[in-house]
Design a protein around this ligand. Structure first.
Ligand SMILES: [Zn+2]
Ligand SMILES: [Zn+2]
Ligand SMILES: [Zn+2]
Length: 143
């Protein structure tokens, strides 16, 4: 368990430490890849859906997690890096989906390239999903 780290994150975001919030963060910390709400429900079945949904929303607002769009149309969530704050996310990095294990991970080292739009279009945000085989499935644990 990552209880200490979870409590630290909650404290930084001025959030009260509830069991649900703490355990949701622990799930994110232990998986190291993006998690969907159904996966979260499965891992934490002692909390009801509404509570989990509210917790995810609070975390999104507070800059603790960000949304990761999957090519199946389902939404996943991943932990933010330290730069995100309340109402302001800095997560325009590439997401990588492995075709073998189907996990999606944040590739924070690669940002989404700047997009120049035609006149009349206003940019809000962009997400980029790269698909391939991840380092774990390739048996390559070098990095
Ligand atoms: Zn963020
Ligand atoms: Zn994989
Ligand atoms: Zn990400």
């Amino acid at each position: 368990m990552h209880t200490k780290e979870a409590d630290q994150l909650l404290k930084q975001s001025n959030l009260r430490q509830t069991d649900c919030r703490r355990e949701v963060i622990c799930v994110f910390l232990s998986r190291q890849h993006a998690v969907s709400q159904p996966e979260l429900e499965q891992a934490l079945h002692k909390f009801d859906r509404v509570t989990l949904y509210r917790t995810l929303n609070t975390f999104l607002t507070k800059g603790i997690i960000h949304k990761v769009l999957d090519d199946t149309g389902s939404t996943k969530y991943a932990l933010c890096t330290g730069e995100c704050t309340e109402h302001h996310h800095e997560d325009e990095h590439v997401h990588f989906k492995c075709l073998k294990c189907e996990n999606i991970v944040c590739i924070e080292a690669v940002s989404v390239p700047a997009i120049s739009l035609p006149t009349g279009f206003t940019y809000v945000d962009a997400s980029l999903l790269v698909r391939g085989i991840c380092n774990l499935c390739q048996g390559n644990n070098e990095s």
